[in-house]
Design a protein around this ligand. Structure first.
Ligand code: TXA
Ligand code: MG
Length: 350
């Protein structure tokens, strides 16, 4: 398939291009597009055949449900059985934005979109290109992250093209994303509402609005025996090709430990890499040292993490060490993704 690549500037949206992209989705085709979290691979959420195509294009197991993206509150009522009070409150505070809520689904939503579940995940993104596209496409766009299954979610169009060129009708390049990690998912069919995937909207922020909010216990731990409630969280995700280990502890000890490991790997002729931060990056001896951002502003780390993981793949790094991050605020989402990428390999040094 010939993939059409178009650029849309979010500060100056070309309505004709958005209409063309919307028409592709209306006709049952697929369009990759930017959101504020990561790029999404969009199809008509109410068309079972489109959802099947999404699974094929991603190489993703079809029991892994898709998020339905909407552009306004009016669209919600048609696809869910009921809108609980908690949803009204959360939408008032966090929509449009990086929050996905899970509801009981209405009949209109095909099981192909929900991976066979009676529930449906819904998100209203804030990115203006995403919003215009959703409207142009008829109001309901199913969109997983626009990566091939098992690779980090794309935060720049270059990686969407790398993963999906030739597999989708259109790719919309809308520039770099703002957040860099996928949306927070909160399941409103559970009592109390339960966070299934941490993101930019933290559990504390949700508690400020709802009071009691639980967390799926597989979020930060390696509960191999237990199935996470978001089916997608069980798959080996975000994994770089090199073997990744997180090292946690005081800065000086972490640097010394990692450098000693790197010396050893070098004797084995392995290409080494380090995921560091702005203040530490110059102190490592690895072949490839990258700063993920400013430790005092973890949002910078969230934005760079997936791009960095992909770059280690591009540069064929075989062994990677990463510094660890605080787990408050966005740090919880960073550590959730980093731990998955590392297959939960973490070493504590003192
Ligand atoms: O930020 C995001 O959410 C991005 C952008 C494109 O919007 N999308 C995204 O989609 O991350 P995806 O498909 O990569 O991840 C969706 C996650 C999966 O882990 C899936 O299992 C879970 O949401 N999910 C979807 N529907 C669900 C449901 N009904 N119940 C439980 N988990 C669900
Ligand atoms: Mg994904």
């Amino acid at each position: 398939m010939e993939t059409k690549l178009v650029r849309i500037d979010k500060n100056n949206i070309d309505a004709a291009l958005v209409r063309a992209a919307g028409d592709v989705i209306r006709a049952g085709g697929l369009v990759a597009f930017p959101t504020e979290t990561v790029y999404g691979l969009g199809g008509d959420a109410l068309n079972a055949a489109s959802s099947e195509k999404i699974y094929q294009a991603k190489g993703r197991p079809s029991d892994n449900p898709l998020i339905v993206h909407i552009a306004d509150m009016e669209a919600l009522a048609a696809i869910v059985r009921e809108i609980p009070e908690s949803a009204v409150k959360l939408a008032g505070r966090f929509w449009p934005g990086p929050l996905t809520m899970i509801f009981y689904k209405a009949e209109l939503v095909p099981y192909e979109t929900t991976g066979g579940l009676d529930t449906v995940a819904v998100r209203m993104p804030v990115d203006p290109v995403a919003r215009e596209l959703i409207r142009a496409a008829g109001g309901y766009v199913a969109a997983p992250s626009a990566n091939r299954s098992g690779r980090p979610s794309p935060t720049v169009a270059k990686y969407v093209i790398e993963d999906l060129d030739g597999r989708v009708e259109m790719i919309v390049d809308g520039g770099d994303v703002e957040i860099g990690l996928e949306s927070t998912i909160v399941d409103l069919t559970e009592e109390p509402p339960t966070v299934l995937r941490p993101g930019y909207i933290t559990v504390e922020m949700l508690r400020e609005v709802l009071g009691d909010v639980a967390e799926d216990r597989t979020m930060l731990r390696d509960d191999s025996g237990q199935a996470p409630k978001a089916p997608g969280m069980k798959y080996r995700h975000y994994a770089p090709k090199g073997e990744l280990t997180i090292v946690d502890g005081a800065e000086q000890s972490v640097i010394e430990y990692i450098n000693s490991r790197i010396d050893r790997h070098r004797r084995e002729n392995k290409k080494t890499g380090v995921i560091a931060t702005d203040t530490s990056v110059k102190r490592y001896r690895a072949d490839v040292c990258k700063s993920a951002g400013d430790r005092r502003d973890e949002a910078t780390v969230a934005r760079e993490l997936y791009r960095i993981l992909r770059e280690f793949d591009d540069e064929q790094v075989e062994v990677i060490y990463a510094e660890s991050f605080d787990t408050d605020g966005i740090g919880q989402a960073i550590m959730n993704r980093l731990l998955k990428a590392a297959g939960h390999r973490i070493i504590h040094v003192s």
